[in-house]
Ligand binder design. Structure first.
Ligand code: TXA
Ligand code: MG
Length: 396
């Protein structure tokens, strides 16, 4: 067989075997791609291994981690270490140890970008660091074949947060992980750009009505189409309100943030931004991320837009950065402009968003103006949730 294209070839599997060996035997976490974002994985049953995740990310264990499984058998084993289940391996039925409320979701969305909250079994095989002393845990079966193969070869569920340094935008390419965690971890498995680009949707079906705790790759309207989920509610707060400016940088908990200041312009907030919006001492480098409504550069006056960069050097996050000179009202040079168009399709916006924020940072943007998308019940809710958290300022 052709070893270049056969996904089962030994050459393709060798790095996965090595990574699985590290995961089983050490406390050094492994970064791996999923269809949402790159994860930083560790054996969810060993405390020392899970603590290695926090050591690499450089923050204390405050937030519960999602437990990633390769298949339903692995999840059932977690839920009922003692009693073997009778259900067929990849189907759910009424005798299942997995609560019935989740069966339609599992059938429809797994493997995929959905995390379900489950009651923690007692005794729990999971390290206490995974659940941050909660009585529930989040479980997800990723769509990425590479991720599921890694988990299966490890033979244990993997706890994995996003593989970024804390506060930074989540990584959607292997290079993003290396930029943040170089020297702190040993292996970054490279699966190219993540297809979805925002994290999984986190749902809790153990309450009435069921709720969405974090919007993500599966839209709320898709959930609503499932039996038992017709009345699903949003149960997540967005950290800053429209028009509100945090009083001091660092006052709010930073999340998904590039180094540049992010100004989010909500949809309906005008035709773009103008030179007058670009304040600051001296000449600023102004980044603009457009999502289909703004004309070139969001209404700024510019000259000579040439292409400067590609998103991640691997070429598949779907945009280029155009560079030009920003012109003042009198035609004089007012700064440098970096313009990214993510297109009008919200899936494309989700796919490229984190990469665009990182790329504009890398190219030296001082401020990034982002054109919001209309906050619907699809993946747009996830896009706007992440942007509101990344923004220092929101314009209505
Ligand atoms: O797409 C994803 O979900 C990515 C990839 C790597 O799978 N992972 C990810 O993990 O985003 P992390 O740690 O960055 O986010 C985990 C989210 C947090 O919002 C956390 O509060 C929530 O899941 N979560 C996990 N377990 C929970 C629990 N028992 N109760 C409530 N929320 C929980
Ligand atoms: Mg994260």
């Amino acid at each position: 067989t052709d070893t270049d294209t056969d996904p089962d070839s030994a050459a393709v599997l060798a790095p996965l075997h090595e990574a699985a060996h590290l995961l089983r035997t050490t406390a050094v976490p492994v970064a791996f791609p999923t269809e949402t974002v790159y994860g930083l994985g560790a054996d969810a049953t060993r405390s020392a291994a899970v603590r290695g995740i926090y050591a690499a990310k450089g923050r204390p264990s405050d937030n519960p981690l999602i437990v990633h499984v390769s298949d339903l058998t692995m999840l059932r084993r977690l839920l009922s270490s003692s009693s073997p289940t009778t259900t067929s391996p990849e189907e759910v039925d009424e005798r299942d140890v997995i609560p019935a409320i989740y069966h339609p979701l599992i059938t429809r969305f797994w493997p995929g970008p959905l995390t379900i909250l489950l009651p923690l079994p007692s005794p729990s095989p999971l390290a206490s660091e995974v659940t941050a002393s909660l009585r529930s845990f989040g479980a997800r079966m990723p769509a990425s074949a590479l991720a599921r193969t890694l988990i299966a070869l490890s033979g244990t569920p993997l706890a994995a947060p996003s593989a970024n340094a804390s506060t930074r935008p989540s990584p959607t390419a292997a290079r993003h992980v290396r930029d943040d965690l170089e020297g702190k971890i040993e292996v970054v498995l490279d699966g190219g750009a993540c297809e979805v680009g925002v994290e999984s949707t986190v749902v809790d079906g153990m309450c009435e009505p069921p709720v969405v705790l974090r919007p993500g790759g599966v839209g709320i309207e898709e959930l609503r189409g499932c039996r038992g989920w017709e009345g699903v509610q949003r149960a997540y707060g967005e950290e800053i309100k429209k028009g509100e400016v945090p009083r001091a940088p660092g006052m709010k908990y930073k999340h998904y943030s590039p180094r540049a200041r992010v100004v989010l312009c909500e949809v309906g907030g005008g035709k773009g931004v103008g030179v007058g919006d670009v304040k600051g001492e001296g000449k600023e480098t102004v980044g603009v991320i457009r999502t289909g409504g703004w004309a070139v550069a969001g209404g700024l006056r510019y000259a000579g837009l040439g292409e400067t960069g590609q998103v991640n050097g691997e070429g598949d996050a779907g945009f280029v950065v155009k560079e030009g000179v920003l012109l003042g009202e009198d035609g004089s040079e007012a700064g440098r402009l970096l313009d990214v168009d993510l297109g009008g399709d919200v899936k494309g916006v989700a796919h490229g968003l984190f990469a665009a924020l990182r790329e504009l940072d890398r190219l030296g943007a001082d401020v990034i103006f982002v054109e919001g998308v209309s906050d619907g019940d699809d993946i747009a809710a996830a896009v706007m949730n992440r942007l509101r958290k990344a923004a220092s300022e929101i314009r209505a």
